[in-house]
Structures are given as C-alpha cells and as structure tokens.
Design a protein around this ligand. Structure first.
Ligand code: G3P
Length: 435
C-alpha cells in the first residue's frame, strides 16, 4: 500500500509526465500518477496495459510517484504548471485538500454527462468521497485496517485459533500468552491511520463539525476519550513488553510478522495477498477485525486507501480519456482482479459475483474480514470519516504524539493534548487560506 508508513519501492519507472500530443490520428495520452509499489504496482501495471490493449483512443502511462505523501507533495509542486498528471491517485486523507485546491474537475461532471449509474458502487465507499453533495473523485483502491495473527503461534500458546481477540483487553491477554521464547505477542506500527480508525471503531468523531462533514472542521478531537483509551492501552502493552515498538513503518511490523517474531499486528487489508503469500508453507495467517474497547459505542471503520482525481488544467479530450480509464477500473472485472490480487475490497457490488472472487474466498477466507468489517460498520459521521485540509500534517503530528507516549517522554494525555492543540492551530491557519 502507498501509505506514508510504507517504504516506497517499485519496479515501475519513475519519470515526470510529458504533455500529450493530440491529433485525430493518435490516441489521447493520459499520465496517471500513482503510489502502488511492489506487488500492488505490478497489478496496477497489468490493469493499465489491459485498458490500453482494450481500445485505441486512449493510452495511459502509469507513473509511480512514491508514497501517497510523496506523490501529493509532487502534485502540489506541479500545480502552477502543466507538468502534473491528467489523473492522480490520492489517499483518502487528501480529499479536502484536493477539493480546496481547485485543481480538479469533480468526477461528478462525467458521471452526470455519461449517466453513469452510481448505484453499482458500494454506498459506504461513495459516501466517504461525497463531499459538498457530489463525488469529487472516484474511489479505486479501498481498504481498512485488520488484525493479522499467526495461527501457529496461537496454537503453541494454547489459544483458540478460530476465536481471535477482538477487544483491547482480549488482545492484551492473548499477547501475554504469546510473549515467550524471545517472541513478542504483538507490534503495531506507529501509524496515524490506526488512531483515526480507533476513533471510528468507538463511534467517535476525530474533528468537530460532524467530522468536518457538516461544516469545515475547526478543532481536533484527538485528545478526547477515544484517543486516550487507545493510546493508554497501546502504551500499557509496550510497557509490559507484550508489544514491541518497531517504529512508524508498517513494512517493519510486516517483516517481523513474516519472520515469526511477533504473533499479532495491524495492517491494511491492502497487504493481505502479500502477507498470505509470504507465509504460505511457513505458518497459517488468521485475520480479525480492528480491536476496540469492550465498552465502545457502536462504530466501525472508515474507508481507507485512495481515490482518483481528474486534473482540470488538461484538455477536455485528456480529461474525458481519464474518465474512460476510470470507468474501466471500476468495472466488476477490473475490481475483481484487483481485489483477489491485492486485498483491497471491490468498490463495485457486482465484482462479488465474479468467479475469481468466489474461488478466492474459498481458498483464502481471510479476504472476508475487511469486507465484513466494512459492511458491519454503523453509518454515522464517525465512520464516514473525518475531513480536514491539513489531514496529512495532522497524521504526522499524531504519529509524533504516539511515539512520545510509547517512549515515555510524555503521558498519553499530555502527548495528545499537545497534538490536538497543534492540529487545531493548523486547521485555523488553513481555513483562512480557503475561499
Ligand atoms: O495502504 P492503503 O492503501 O490501504 O491506505 C491506508 C490509508 O488509508 C492511507 O491513508
């Protein structure tokens, strides 16, 4: 996945886009910036080449631009010129910024012109990206975080393989049983996304004004009870050495998990295919929903991953070409292929009827966890997810706060209070710049 906490690696070439030559005889060229590295990059390239082979009018050039953070920063740097892409994949937390940037043509324009039937998409996915009454981008790769556990280690510790822990206390208990012979029960990367999701799981909003959905957010809630509960629990596990602190990168927890050094970790469902393939023949991988406190209010998860934005400083032909590619990517066949080869869940309902999806679920029942978690989420502003223009910066501030609490530099309350204050200030400054 292209999360900030992934190490950007790709076999794909990294270049800057060149402007498309357009005439009646040659196809419209689309530059597509994305953040899919490693295996995800390979699957993305396959979808691009399938689209290019399927017709002659539009040719897409996929350009890996680093992590979501890196790609968005390059996008920001390109906004005053035409050197940017025709189409860009932006993580969910970049949504408010992309709209405010005025650099995009909302996909709603093409949806309306084309009479594209939105009811074929999952409502709880489109609701995330529906801001200001319209769909500004098209969801493409959607994920949520799940618990991955090593079933063999569970067995050796005398734990029930088919009843994974689902509450904070259950995780702590299981981790205690699993921490032996130099191995740790768990490790959770210091990834702000997990904190955002812990809020939703407890039915709590992350910022004010209905999570920034009813009016632009003006205040961070990261120091409220939901945050404090999550961080206090997390820190207690690190303090009693049942959870290792391996830093911010999910790549590092993934490596420790693959090596059998930790029995449980949190990661995006985007990593699922890679994780089960790596473990094949070594140990059995179990999956479970993101944990929550036993007394949490009803909540769920927020749609993670990324969506696709059409930029508005390219020709109409290029923008239409980008829309054609988007339609291809949202087809049941493309989404089915994408889902089974990654772990991102389909955005298109009919993808579930595709035989490869059915076969895959039989072979890898783990693919159902994230889908069930999404469908089981109570629809409210907490699970619709927060929006704020400074979300990428806010995420990093929260990661700094988690780090300070886990390292014992500050109490969870003090670390979160400071983070909330600094995010609220940043939101205030940002709001002044938005017309
Ligand atoms: O790694 P991904 O693509 O599942 O995305 C995770 C987060 O939603 C990124 O903000």
């Amino acid at each position: 996945c292209g999360g900030a906490n992934e190490t950007a690696q790709s076999s794909n070439k990294e270049t800057t886009g060149s402007s498309a030559k357009e005439n009646a005889a040659s196809p419209v060229k689309i530059t597509f910036w994305h953040s899919m590295s490693g295996e995800l990059g390979t699957v993305t390239d396959k979808l691009i080449s399938d689209f290019n082979a399927s017709q002659k009018n539009v040719q897409v050039e996929g350009i890996f631009q680093g992590t979501y953070d890196e790609s968005l920063n390059k996008m920001k740097a390109s906004m005053d010129s035409k050197s940017g892409p025709s189409l860009i994949q932006v993580y969910e937390i970049g949504s408010r910024y992309m709209i405010d940037s005025k650099a995009i043509t909302p996909v709603q324009k093409f949806i309306d012109a084309d009479k594209y039937d939105l009811s074929q998409l999952e409502e709880n996915i489109t609701q995330y990206y529906t801001i200001g009454g319209k769909l500004n981008s098209m969801p493409f790769n959607t994920s949520n975080p799940i618990l991955y556990y090593n079933k063999d280690m569970f067995k050796a510790a005398g734990l029930d393989l088919e009843k994974p822990p689902v509450t904070f206390d259950e995780i702590t208990k299981a981790a205690q049983a699993l921490s032996k012979d130099g191995k740790a029960g768990a490790s959770f990367a210091i990834y702000g996304w997990f904190m955002e999701q812990f809020f939703a799981k407890q039915g709590a909003e992350y910022v004010n004004n209905g999570n920034g959905r009813t009016a632009p957010a003006t205040e961070s809630y990261v120091n409220k009870e939901a945050g404090l509960k999550a961080l206090t629990w997390w820190k207690s596990m690190v303090d009693n050495k049942t959870a290792l602190n391996l830093g911010r990168k999910t790549d590092d927890t993934k490596k420790a998990f693959a090596a059998g050094q930790i029995a449980m970790m949190l990661d995006s469902t985007a990593s699922l295919k890679g994780i089960v393939s790596t473990a094949e023949g070594k140990f059995q991988v179990g999956t479970a929903p993101l944990p929550k406190p036993a007394d949490a209010a009803e909540g769920g998860v927020v749609v993670g991953g990324a969506s696709l934005y059409i930029t508005n400083n390219k020709s109409e032909a290029e923008q239409k070409g980008a829309w054609e590619f988007i339609k291809f990517l949202t087809s049941p066949q493309s989404q089915a292929y994408w889902h089974v080869n990654t772990g991102y869940f389909p955005i298109t309902k009919k993808a579930y009827d595709e035989q490869i999806v059915k076969d895959n679920l039989v072979k890898y029942p783990q693919f159902k966890t994230a889908v069930d978690q999404l469908h089981g989420s109570k629809a409210n502003t907490a699970t619709q997810g927060a929006v704020m223009g400074v979300f990428p910066e806010a995420r990093q501030i929260v990661e700094g706060a988690i780090e300070e609490a886990l390292n014992g530099k500050k109490t969870p309350q003090a670390a979160l209070d400071e983070a909330a204050k600094s995010i609220t200030e940043k939101i205030g400054k940002y709001n002044q710049t938005v017309k």
